[in-house]
Design a protein around this ligand. Structure first.
Ligand SMILES: [Zn+2]
Length: 118
């Protein structure tokens, strides 16, 4: 079984890595300083990564407002659940908002499955 992570945490680490990638790309421009057009391309790519990261951070803010705050039964901390199934931010306990899924083996695909009783 793959280690699942809380979705908001996952997106947040993605945004953070985008910032690092952006800086690494811009740093890479130093090695091509003889070719001005390469420097411009690298700088643009780096800036795009950082702008993308800012966008993702804004998106997290938007998602957080839609996430449901629940008390985790495992560690009794308040964690945010996004979608029908998500993991606790602190102990990775699988959590669900749908009682019909309770006790089932955690599966990321449960998020995409349509409700059976509809
Ligand atoms: Zn927990």
């Amino acid at each position: 079984m793959k280690p699942y992570k809380n979705k908001i945490n996952k997106i947040r680490s993605f945004a953070l890595s985008l910032i690092f990638i952006g800086f690494i790309i811009m740093y890479g421009a130093i090695f091509f300083r003889e070719h001005q057009w390469l420097v411009i391309i690298f700088m643009t790519l780096g800036i795009l990564c950082i702008l993308g990261s800012t966008f993702v951070y804004g998106w997290i803010g938007f998602l957080s407002t839609r996430a449901v705050l629940v008390e985790c039964p495992g560690c009794h901390k308040h964690t945010k659940v996004l979608g029908r199934v998500d993991m606790c931010m602190y102990c990775n306990e699988p959590l669900t908002l749908d009682p019909s899924l309770e006790g089932q083996e955690f599966d990321q695909s449960l998020n995409n499955r349509t409700k059976r009783n509809d």
